[in-house]
Ligand binder design. Structure first.
Ligand SMILES: NC(=O)c1ccc[n+]([C@@H]2O[C@H](COP(=O)([O-])OP(=O)(O)OC[C@H]3O[C@@H](n4cnc5c(N)ncnc54)[C@H](OP(=O)(O)O)[C@@H]3O)[C@@H](O)[C@H]2O)c1
Length: 288
């Protein structure tokens, strides 16, 4: 797949040191873009920049910004620096974020707040740090990564989904504001993707959540590379919302058009998972 439209583009990526954000950075570097990646951890950022230099154009500029997206002031400072370093900006990709699953009453208050701080405020802070630049320039693209769980939720994912639903609302209103300045705002719903973030999420997710996934036909785990490519292919098209794979399409379609039916479907998946788990535990007990 060739992404010639990104040649010589200037790009800033939050969450660019790992997972989907890093995958996008690598594809962009290969296409000839200049890229600044940002995250909290410096060593992963340094490693990423080395990888970008190895595949990128000799004339391209690569750099990193160490910051926490929940820190609005840090973002404002780093945004100014990035615009100076790159000599402008064409594309902002907001990929920072994390998932934490757990029954609502088991999650500490701090988890709810962190999810909102990073997944919602992190994207808002990032967009607002660059929007003056884009508005003055009268062009540019801002891409928010949300989740398929930004339009529906299931057992164990209420807190996470709330932070992702929130960014959908913001993105819709903000899209219209920026449209008046000639700037595109878009929202992508990544599917389950094989990233360090997913690995971490899987370590402490409730056993019932794992059982639901095992029984679901819609739980394909996608490769970073294919998701990154799908995002870059979708950016130039006219659609506000993007997704990849028939599994995401089906989930999005069902919940948009048949919400009550979809709720019944997920309820039956939950009950079936609960019953399988019960039987497994019985079997284990009998085996002792
Ligand atoms: N992977 C999936 O299955 C999946 C599914 C649906 C949606 N998504 C969404 O897609 C996006 C990318 O996910 P991923 O799985 O690629 O994540 P990942 O592998 O965990 O990578 C996350 C990136 O964001 C950075 N980051 C995390 N918290 C940050 C913070 N507070 N401030 C600044 N940077 C921060 C991380 O670096 P540091 O830790 O060093 O800061 C890293 O570079 C997220 O918004 C996620 O919610 C992922």
């Amino acid at each position: 797949m060739s992404f010639t439209r990104y040649k010589d583009k200037k790009v800033f990526i939050t969450g660019g040191s790992a997972g989907i954000g890093k995958g996008i950075a690598i594809q962009l570097a290969k296409a000839g873009a200049s890229v600044i990646v940002s995250a909290r951890g410096k060593s992963n950022l340094e490693k990423t920049v080395q990888e970008l230099k190895a595949v990128g154009a000799p004339t391209a500029v690569f750099g990193f910004a160490v910051l926490d997206v929940s820190d609005k002031k840090a973002l404002e400072k780093e945004a100014k620096k990035a615009i100076q370093t790159l000599g402008g900006l064409d594309l902002l990709i907001c990929s920072s974020g994390f998932a934490k699953a757990g029954e609502a009453s088991d999650l500490e208050d701090e988890v709810y707040r962190n999810l909102m701080d990073v997944n919602f405020f992190g994207h808002v802070n990032s967009a607002l740090a660059f929007n003056d630049h884009f508005a003055k320039q009268k062009s540019g693209e801002i891409v928010f990564l949300a989740s398929t769980l930004a339009f529906f939720s299931i057992y164990g994912y209420g807190a996470y989904s709330a932070s992702k639903f929130a960014i959908v609302g913001f993105a819709q209103g903000f899209r219209q504001e920026m449209m008046l300045h000639g700037v595109k705002v878009k929202l992508f719903l990544p599917p389950t993707t094989d990233t360090p973030g997913l690995e971490k999420e899987n370590t402490d997710k409730p056993e019932l959540s794992k059982e639901i996934e095992m029984g679901s036909a819609l739980n394909k785990v996608h490769a970073i590379d294919s998701v990154a490519k799908a995002i870059l292919k979708w950016i130039p098209n006219k659609k506000f919302i993007g997704y990849t794979g028939w599994d995401s399409w089906l989930q999005y379609f069902l919940f948009r058009h048949f919400p009550e039916f979809s709720i019944k479907l997920t309820d039956s998946e939950l009950k079936a998972a609960q019953s399988r788990l019960y039987k497994k535990k019985q079997k284990d007990r009998n085996a002792v």
